[in-house]
Design a protein around this ligand. Structure first.
Ligand code: FES
Length: 143
C-alpha cells in the first residue's frame, strides 16, 4: 500500500530535529487525526532556504511527507518553496494512499506557516503567501 520511497522516508527520515533560533517555524495540525507537524526553516540573506528540519507527532505518512518536504525546500528560494505543494510532495514519494493525502497537506501547510513566521519576523511580505489558518501556537515544551 505504501511506495518504497514512503517506507524509506518513514524508516530513515531526513532532517528530523529542530533548528535553534530558526528564521521561521510553522506548526500545524489536523483536528481529525490529531497529528501535529512542525517545520523549521533557516533562510539566508539572499532568500535561499539553507536548512530545513521537522518534528512530527503523527502517522508514518506524516513523517515521510515531512521528511520529503524538508528535502524539497532545502536550497530553494522562498518563491520556489511555495511551489512545494502537497501534490509535489506526493509525487516525489511516488504517491500516497487516498486516506493519507491529508498528511501531505500538513507538510505543505507547515512550510507555508514557517515561511509566514519568517516573513513576520523579518517584516516582509512574501508574494502569494496567505496567512496560515491552521497555525497552532507554540505550546510550553516540557524539559
Ligand atoms: Fe493524519 Fe497522517 S493520519 S497526518
Amino acid at each position: 500500500m505504501y511506495s518504497e520511497k514512503v517506507m524509506d522516508h518513514f524508516q530513515n527520515p531526513r532532517n528530523m530535529g529542530e533548528i535553534e533560533d530558526a528564521g521561521g517555524v510553522g506548526t500545524v495540525g489536523n483536528a481529525k487525526c490529531g497529528d501535529i507537524m512542525r517545520i523549521y526553516l533557516d533562510v539566508d540573506d539572499n532568500g535561499i532556504i539553507r536548512e530545513a528540519k521537522f518534528k512530527t507527532f503523527g502517522c508514518g505518512a506524516a513523517v515521510a511527507t515531512s521528511s520529503m518536504a524538508t528535502e524539497l525546500v532545502k536550497g530553494k528560494s522562498i518563491q520556489e518553496a511555495l511551489q512545494v505543494t502537497n501534490k509535489a510532495v506526493m509525487e516525489a514519494l511516488d504517491g500516497l494512499p487516498a486516506v493519507k493525502v491529508h498528511c501531505s497537506l500538513l507538510a505543505e501547510e507547515a512550510i507555508h506557516a514557517a515561511l509566514w513566521d519568517y516573513a513576520q519576523k523579518k517584516g516582509i511580505v512574501i508574494q502569494g503567501l496567505k496567512e496560515p489558518k491552521a497555525d497552532i501556537h507554540e505550546e510550553e515544551e516540557a524539559g
